[in-house]
Design a protein around this ligand. Structure first.
Ligand SMILES: [Zn+2]
Length: 333
């Protein structure tokens, strides 16, 4: 098939640049409700390379809004099934899938990335996506939904506010699940259980559609991107655009943010795994990686250092490592 024929109806739009779309590499995190629509739209539009990431399996309760899946797909991996369907929709694009946790995404998928679409339904995941976008210095378009409500946010690293800059969301709210601004949340105790968020297909398609529109605009440099948080109330047909400001003290993108040189205690002869657990607990990290004099410490090793040694700690939730100073103590009897 002639490629120019396939994209003919979009290529006739003034300022449309199909070659930019054909050479773009977009990472889609989460192939659920909004993810299905974003991936479908991007595949149809001819984005050259899509990387689909989802470790989740398809359940019957997904079928009311996740249009890429069918009854016979129940129990299969979402990214895998989506990849096959999308390839049928457009055999001219390249599709890769990653069926494990996004935190284990191989470097080859983030190298040369053009943009990140965050279609996740939880805040810890979105924060990770945010720090990846900042680290790779690529734009991120993120979407969320709740019943008849939805939101789209665009982050242009070091240019527009990132997720962690938002003065409108407190830290405890940030740690909760997907909530549009202004929406009342349940308390944290309830959140710990598996939360079933109310979701409908119209909002998935509207938010997925808006996200894709933003992505396409950014990829071919036309129009004005969302500045930078768009809230949609489907019950009252109201769009509200909120202009947030960057926070110079933001721990991810702020110029003024500096971690005060913190001291950590290590016990002589202590196992690295125990030391790691303490650091994870103290700094709210998931699985910190510690380097000492350029070497990554293995969990089975014992601590071999002296007071004053500096360690670098990297965690999936950090865009850059933090430095800590060791204070060595003897284990007291
Ligand atoms: Zn920030």
């Amino acid at each position: 098939m002639d490629e120019s024929e396939r994209y003919n109806r979009q290529s006739i739009i003034p300022d449309w640049d199909q070659s930019k779309l054909n050479s773009a590499k977009v990472l889609i995190l989460g192939i659920g409700a909004t993810g299905s629509y974003v991936a479908t739209n991007l595949a149809l539009t001819g984005v050259g390379e899509l990387i689909l990431v989802d470790f989740d399996t398809i359940e019957e309760s997904n079928l009311n809004r996740q249009l890429l899946f069918r009854n016979q797909d129940i129990g299969k991996n979402k990214a895998l099934v989506a990849g096959e369907r999308l390839q049928e929709l457009n055999p001219q694009i390249k599709i890769s899938v990653h069926t494990k946790n996004m935190e284990s995404l191989p470097r080859k998928y983030t190298r040369g990335l053009t943009l990140i679409a965050s279609c996740l339904d939880n805040f810890p995941g979105r924060r990770w996506a945010n720090s990846l976008a900042l680290r790779e210095r690529v734009p991120m378009v993120s979407g969320g939904m709740y019943a008849f409500l939805g939101n789209v946010q665009t982050v242009l690293p070091y240019e527009t506010p990132c997720f962690e800059c938002q003065p409108l969301i407190s830290q405890d709210k940030l740690s909760q699940a997907c909530t549009p601004l202004g929406e009342a949340r349940k308390d944290m105790a309830e959140e710990k259980e598996e939360v079933k968020l109310p979701s409908i297909s119209p909002i998935s398609s509207i938010i997925g559609g808006l996200m894709t529109q933003e992505i396409v605009k950014l990829l071919i440099s036309v129009g004005r991107p969302i500045n930078n948080y768009l809230f949609y109330d489907g019950l009252h047909n109201a769009f509200t655009e909120l202009e947030l400001s960057r926070n110079p003290n933001c721990p991810i993108c702020g110029e003024n943010y500096k971690l005060k040189e913190a001291e950590v205690i290590a016990f002589k002869g202590e196992k690295v795994s125990e030391f790691k657990n303490r650091i994870a607990y103290a700094f709210g990290m998931a699985d910190p990686m510690i380097t000492l004099r350029g070497k990554i410490l293995s969990p089975d090793d014992t601590i071999q250092c002296k007071s004053g040694d500096k360690i670098l700690v990297l965690d999936e939730r950090l865009a850059a490592p933090i430095a800590l100073k060791i204070k060595l103590k003897k284990v007291e009897d």
